[in-house]
Ligand binder design. Structure first.
Ligand code: ATP
Ligand code: MG
Length: 784
C-alpha cells in the first residue's frame, strides 16, 4: 500500500501534527470543542496504517454514538484506498456485541442471543417484580432497572453489591432473579453487553492475551464520558505499563455530559497517572465555528467552577450574530424554526447541514409534526422512535422468536397478539410451569392442560412452521412472510388507524433492505482486508463481513440475526429514507462530536434547559451548562437559540421563564429577533415566583409592558395585555369566578391571560392546588 502520508498530514497545525505522529506510547489529548480532536484521532489511524505501523486488524477505536462511529469510518474511508468496514471501529456497545458474537460460547451465551432495548428491559424487570410478589409502588420497575444498570456499570454482580438495609437487599434479590431470567431467555441488556465482555476478557487469559497482542493501537474518542466499567474494559485491551502499545485518549472535560450514567471525568486524571502519560497535548485553535459562536461558548462555560481550564480561539472572524427567538408557544417555535430552515435551504444550505437540538426527547414531537405537515424531510437520531413503535416491536418479536424460540420476552409480547384465545390465566399457568421446570415458555406449552394448552401449542407450531418456511429466503422475504403469516397485517387492516401501522411495517422491510445494502450482506458483500492473523483464526481475526463470524465454526451470523441486533442497537434512523437530504433532529446528548452549518437550540427555558431535575445541586447545573456548551459548539456558521412562553409537555401546559443561560452569554454576540423583555433571567425568575405566590402568575410581571431594549432592526413592541377572551363557543370568565373542572373539581379563577386559542386561566382548586389551564382544552364550566 502506497499512500501519500505527507498529504495526509498536510492540513494539521503543529500541535495536531505532534499528536498524530506520536510513537506507540500512552497519550492524552485534552482540548476544547472543535479543536480537531476527532480529526487528530482519525488521521492518526490513517497515518499508522499508511506508514505500515499497524495493520487494519490491529486497530481498536471506540467512540460513543453510532453516528460518530459512522462519521469516523466515513472520514477514514476518504483518507484510505481500501474498505474500512471490517475494522474494529465502533461504539462501546457495538464492539462488545461483536466480541460476544465471536465468543458466545466462552461468554456463556446462546449463539443467537438477543439484545433487550430499554423498553424490553423494563418489561422484563416488571415480570420479575411481579413474579417475586413485590409491591410495584415500592419497587418501581423503572427505578429497579436503573439500579441494576448502575450496578452493572460499576462492574458489580449481585453477590458483590453491599446492601445495608432491607430495601437494598430486596433489590439485590430482584437483580439476581432478573439475571436468571435473562439467562433462561438468552437475552442481554445494554449494560450486560459491556459487563459480560469485560468479564470474558478478565477471566479468559489466552483470549485476553490474544487481543492484547492483536491491538497494537487502542484509541478512544470522548474519553471524558467513559464510566468505570468502560475504562476497565479498555484496560483489558491495553493495560498500563505494556511496552510498545499505543493508547490514545482524547477528551474535553467541558463536554462531560454523562455523569448521570456513571461517567467519571476523573478517568482522565486516573489515565494520566496510571499510564504515566508524559505530556498532555492541548489544542486551543478552533476550526469549526465563527467568533461569535465561540465567544458565547467560552463565556458560558466560564461560569462553571470545576474546570481544567482552557479557552478556544479562532482565526475565522466574528461571523454572524447568534439569533435569539422568543415564541409564544412550542407550536409557534416549531413554525418559526421551520420557516427559518426553509429559508436556509432556499439559500443553498443542504438540509442535512441543519440541526435542530433539544434537551429532552419529548420535545421532538411538536417539531416533527410541524416538519411533517410542511413536507420537509427530517431524520430523528438518538431516540428509539421507529423501532419503539408497537407494531414494529410486534413484528420484531416474531422475528426474534424465529431466531431464538426461548426468548420469553418476545414470546409474551406476541403469544396473544393478534388475539388467538390465549388469556392471562393460561399465560400465568404457562409461566408457573416454566418456572417450575426451569425451561423456557415455548418449551413448557405441553404442561398447560385443556383448550388453553392446545392454543399455546398451536402458537408454537405456527412459529415452527414460519421458521422452516423462511429458511433460505432473503431478509426482505422473511420479514414479508412473517408480517403476513403472523396475522399482524390482517389485524391492522381491520383497525381504525391501522394504515399508519401498516406503513410502518412496510418501512421495516425498507429498513431491512437498506441494512442489507449498507452492511454488505448479499451479493455485493466485499471481502475486507485481512490482518496478520489470517482468516478464521481465534477471534475472527480476519473479518469477512459485519458481524464477525463465529470464532469456532466460522459461520457468519445470519442476516436476520444481524438485522435484529441492528434494530436493538441502532434504533431510530428511519424517518427519512436513507440518502434523502433531511433536516437533522436530535437531543443535545446525541449531538456530541457532530457539527452542522446551522444549529437551532430549542426550548432554552428554566426547568427544561437547565433541566428541573438538575436544579437542586450545583453539580447538576454545571452538567447542564456543559450540555449547553456542547450544543452551542456544534454550529459552524449559524446559531439560533429559542425559548417559548408556553409548552405542552407530558400532557400539561407549562408556562416558562427563559433560561438563566441567556444571562451568561455575551450580549454583543446576540441578535434578538423578538424584543428582549425586561428582567427576564434569574431576576425575573425571582419576580415570577413572587408573582406566582401572590396568585398573579405571568401577568403579574409581564403585563407591565416594559421593553428593556430593542435592536435597531426591530421596532420595540411593548407588551400590551389583551383583555382575555374565551375561545369561541365558551362563556367568558372573569377573575374571582367560581368554576368546575371535570378532573380537578371546583375552583376559583385567579388570573386570566391571552386570547382566543391561547386564552389561559390560573385556577385555584380546593383539592388540587393552583393550576394553569388552556381554556380551549380545559373546558371550565362557570358556576354561580
Ligand atoms: P468535538 O469536541 O466537538 O468532538 P473535535 O475537537 O473532535 O470537536 P473535530 O470534529 O475533529 O473537533 O474538528 C472540528 C472541525 O475542524 C472539523 O470540521 C475538522 O475537519 C476541522 N479541522 C480540524 N483541524 C483542522 C485543521 N488543522 N485545519 C482545517 N480544519 C480543521
Ligand atoms: Mg470530536
Amino acid at each position: 500500500m502506497h499512500l501519500q502520508d505527507a498529504q495526509l498530514l498536510r492540513n494539521l497545525n503543529p500541535e495536531q501534527l505532534a499528536a498524530v505522529t506520536l510513537p506507540a506510547v500512552p497519550a492524552l489529548i485534552l482540548a476544547g470543542a472543535g479543536s480537531g480532536k476527532t480529526r487528530v484521532l482519525t488521521t492518526r489511524i490513517a497515518w499508522l496504517l499508511a506508514t505500515n505501523q499497524v495493520s487494519p486488524g490491529g486497530v481498536l477505536a471506540v467512540t460513543f454514538t453510532n453516528k460518530a462511529a459512522k462519521e469516523m469510518l466515513t472520514r477514514l474511508g476518504t483518507m484510505l484506498p481500501f474498505a474500512v468496514r471490517g475494522m474494529w471501529i465502533g461504539t462501546f456497545h457495538g464492539l462488545c456485541n461483536r466480541l460476544l458474537r465471536a465468543h458466545w460460547k466462552a461468554a456463556g451465551l446462546p449463539q443467537s442471543f438477543q439484545i433487550l432495548d430499554s423498553g424490553d428491559q423494563l418489561s422484563a424487570v416488571k415480570r420479575v417484580v411481579k413474579a417475586m410478589n413485590l409491591d410495584e409502588e415500592r419497587f418501581v420497575p423503572k427505578q429497579v432497572a436503573w439500579f441494576i444498570a448502575a450496578q452493572k456499570e460499576e462492574g458489580r454482580r449481585p453477590a458483590a453489591v453491599e446492601a445495608f438495609d432491607e430495601h437494598t437487599r430486596k433489590l439485590v434479590q430482584v437483580y439476581e432473579a432478573y439475571e436468571e431470567q435473562c439467562r433462561r431467555e438468552g437475552v442481554v441488556d445494554f449494560a450486560e453487553l459491556m459487563l459480560r465482555s469485560y468479564e470474558l476478557l478478565r477471566d479468559d487469559e489466552p483470549l485476553r492475551e490474544h487481543y492484547r497482542r492483536r491491538f497494537g493501537h487502542v484509541l478512544v474518542d470522548e474519553f471524558q464520558d467513559t464510566n468505570r466499567l468502560q475504562y476497565a474494559w479498555l484496560k483489558m485491551f491495553a493495560p498500563p505499563g505494556a511496552q510498545g502499545q499505543g493508547v490514545f485518549a482524547v477528551g474535553d472535560d467541558d463536554q462531560s455530559i454523562y455523569a448521570f450514567r456513571g461517567a467519571r471525568v476523573g478517568n482522565m486524571a486516573d489515565f494520566e497517572r496510571e499510564y504515566r502519560v508524559r505530556s498532555v497535548i492541548k489544542l486551543e485553535q478552533n476550526y469549526r465555528s465563527f467568533g461569535n459562536i465561540l465567544d458565547a461558548a467560552n463565556a458560558l462555560i466560564a461560569h462553571n467552577a470545576q474546570r481544567l481550564g482552557k479557552n478556544l480561539r479562532t482565526d475565522a472572524g466574528p461571523g454572524e450574530p447568534i439569533r435569539v427567538q422568543e415564541a409564544a408557544s412550542d407550536y409557534a417555535e416549531a413554525q418559526w424554526l421551520l420557516d427559518e430552515a426553509r429559508e436556509l435551504h432556499r439559500g443553498g444550505m443542504p438540509r442535512s447541514e441543519i440541526a435542530v437540538l433539544y434537551r429532552s426527547n419529548a420535545q421532538s414531537r411538536v417539531i416533527e409534526s410541524a416538519l411533517f405537515n410542511a413536507g420537509i424531510p427530517y431524520r430523528v437520531y438518538g431516540g428509539l422512535r421507529f423501532f419503539e413503535r408497537a407494531e414494529v416491536k410486534h413484528a420484531l418479536a416474531y422475528l426474534r422468536l424465529l431466531e431464538n424460540p426461548d426468548d420469553d420476552t418476545s414470546f409474551l409480547r406476541v403469544v396473544n397478539f393478534p388475539a388467538r384465545g390465549i388469556g392471562a390465566r393460561s399465560i400465568e399457568q404457562l409461566q408457573d410451569a416454566a418456572r417450575a421446570s426451569g425451561r423456557s415458555l415455548a418449551q413448557s406449552v405441553g404442561a398447560v392442560p385443556g383448550k388453553a394448552g392446545l392454543n399455546l401449542q398451536g402458537f408454537v407450531h405456527k412459529l415452527d412452521t414460519m421458521r422452516s418456511a423462511t429458511q433460505g429466503l432473503t431478509l426482505r422475504e422473511i420479514i414479508e412472510h412473517v408480517v403476513h403469516e403472523s396475522g399482524l397485517l390482517d389485524f391492522y387492516r381491520t383497525e381504525k388507524e391501522g394504515q399508519d401501522r401498516i406503513e410502518n411495517l412496510q418501512e421495516l422491510v425498507n429498513a431491512a433492505e437498506s441494512f442489507v445494502t449498507q452492511e454488505g450482506f448479499g451479493k455485493d458483500a466485499v471481502a475486507l482486508p485481512l490482518d496478520e492473523h489470517g482468516p478464521g483464526t481465534l477471534a475472527g481475526g480476519g473479518e469477512t463481513a459485519i458481524p464477525s463470524p463465529d470464532a469456532e465454526t466460522g459461520e457468519i451470523v445470519s442476516p436476520l440475526a444481524a438485522f435484529l441486533t441492528h434494530a436493538s442497537l441502532e434504533a431510530g434512523d428511519n424517518q427519512a429514507q436513507a440518502g434523502t437530504d433531511a433536516v437533522q433532529l436530535m437531543t443535545v446528548h446525541s449531538a456530541k462530536g457532530l457539527e452542522f452549518d446551522a444549529v437551532f437550540i430549542t426550548g432554552i427555558e428554566e426547568g427544561l434547559f437547565p433541566h428541573e431535575q438538575s436544579l437542586s445541586d450545583a453539580d447538576g447545573v454545571e452538567e447542564e451548562r456543559r450540555l449547553m456548551y456542547v450544543a452551542i459548539t456544534r454550529a459552524r456558521k449559524r446559531l439560533y437559540l429559542s425559548f417559548s412562553q408556553t409548552r405542552m409537555l407530558h400532557g400539561q401546559t407549562r408556562y416558562n421563564v427563559k433560561s438563566r443561560f441567556f444571562d451568561e452569554l455575551p450580549e454583543g454576540a446576540l441578535k434578538w429577533l423578538t424584543p428582549r423583555q425586561q428582567g427576564f433571567g434569574s431576576g425575573y425568575a425571582r419576580e415570577y415566583r413572587q408573582a406566582w405566590d401572590r396568585g398573579q402568575g405571568l401577568s403579574g410581571i409581564v403585563g407591565a409592558g416594559r421593553v428593556e431594549r430593542a435592536e435597531p432592526w426591530q421596532q420595540p413592541v411593548p407588551f400590551t395585555p389583551k383583555a382575555p377572551a374565551a375561545p369561541a363557543g365558551q362563556a367568558p370568565l372573569r377573575t374571582g369566578q367560581a368554576v368546575f373542572h371535570t378532573k380537578f373539581g371546583e375552583g376559583v379563577v385567579v388570573t386570566l391571560e391571552g386570547s382566543g386559542e391561547d386564552a389561559r386561566a390560573q385556577v385555584r382548586f380546593g383539592r388540587h392546588g393552583v393550576k394553569w389551564l388552556l381554556l380551549a382544552m380545559a373546558k371550565l364550566t362557570p358556576i354561580e
